[in-house]
Design a protein. Structure first.
Length: 201
């Protein structure tokens, strides 16, 4: 599929069929995350891949909000929880070629451990579309995080930034919850100076 078509078709899909995924497809989706950029090549991320039915059922205890409105999201045969690891970045940038030996987080005006893991998650979302699948990124709410870590043995220094569900789209999808339309370039892109709108594309 052409990349422009992948971008055009990308949507958050919340209803799936029960059709399983081939192992090769799962491998391609997960492997895409490892190609995402990372600051200093820190690669401060980890991915918990759930393909077994029992493991996937366990997961939904920690994201009940996601399936109340759309129970068919639980049909997704693949769930990948993307997690960031802040210390991997602080350690990497304390090395001689970077020199931030104080490990001061103030040196990071944006938390690249979360940003890079988010880009890895987006790589999986796009790869799913390229494979002819649907995918959705959903949150694990803060009050469920400790129990989630305990259930799956996730070290506490890893922060889940979201879970990606992947599967074959059900024919009927929920109506877009868009009381809001997608904002155009003229509203959000500024040409040379703030307030000078970019032309719509």
């Amino acid at each position: 599929m052409e990349f422009s078509e992948v971008m055009r078709q990308r949507r958050m899909v919340r209803r799936y069929t029960t059709q399983p995924l081939e192992r090769e497809v799962i491998d391609r989706v997960v492997s895409a995350a490892l190609r995402a950029p990372s600051a200093g090549y820190s690669q401060g991320w980890a991915f918990l891949v759930l393909t077994g039915e029992a493991d996937r059922e366990r997961f939904w205890n920690y994201a009940p909000h996601a399936h109340r409105a759309n129970p068919e999201i639980q049909n997704a045969p693949l769930i990948v929880i993307a997690m960031s690891h802040k210390n991997a970045y602080l350690d990497r940038y304390a090395q001689a070629d970077k020199g931030w030996t104080d490990r001061d987080q103030a040196r990071w005006p944006a938390p690249y451990w979360h940003i890079d893991t988010g880009m890895a998650a987006f790589a999986m979302l796009l790869t799913a579309v390229d494979e002819g699948l649907g995918a959705c990124l959903l949150a694990i709410m803060p009050h469920h995080l400790d129990a989630f870590r305990d259930e799956f043995g996730v070290p506490h220094e890893y922060d889940p930034i979201g879970a990606i569900t992947v599967g074959y789209r059900a024919d009927e999808q929920p109506p877009a919850r868009l009381a809001h339309r997608r904002r155009g370039a003229a509203e959000v892109v500024h040409d040379g100076s703030w307030g000078r709108p970019w032309h719509d594309v």
